[in-house]
Ligand binder design. Sequence first.
Ligand code: S3P
Length: 179
Amino acid sequence: MTRTRSIQNIALIGFMGTGKSTVGRMAADALRFTFLDTDHVIEEWAKKSINDIFTQDGEPAFREWERRIVEQLTHRSKTVVATGGGLAANEANLASLKSHALVVCLWASAERIFERVKNHSHRPLLNEPEPLAKIKSMLEARGPYYRQADVLVNTEMRSLREVAVQVVHQFHLAQAAHR
Ligand code: S3P
């Protein structure tokens, strides 16, 4: 972290099924910040579900929506943002988030992620015959981006509430360091 960074927000990044939305809501409540979920914003803007965006418009169209949200986020303060799992797997998006937010990555193993997402059908990238293999290969490809977060929190040994407490604690530490 450089001294010129201004940490106004928290951005939660990490793979699908790591608890970003739940943790984000809890952290926002604790800090009395606004909570924003990038997938929900995109669904509102596009007036269709994430699944429909992927099937009707294709993944590049979805990534373009993400890019636009990332741009909008630079104007925000006192906000906790839960990002879609692929949003931070992009250097420009990651750099932009870091310019205003403490970037926290929620981490879990492929096996644990699979357990958490296997009964859900709203994630188009995992609607395929070998979801565990897909999770493993995507996690490997995205690891180098996720590891650039300011803070990495392993979600396997803690409840989501404990993860949220960690996130808030790290935010206070970062703010004190940049005061
Ligand atoms: C995606 C993750 C999803 C959603 C979309 C693509 C990804 O968000 O943005 O299905 O590329 O990992 P969650 O991480 O909230 O499930």
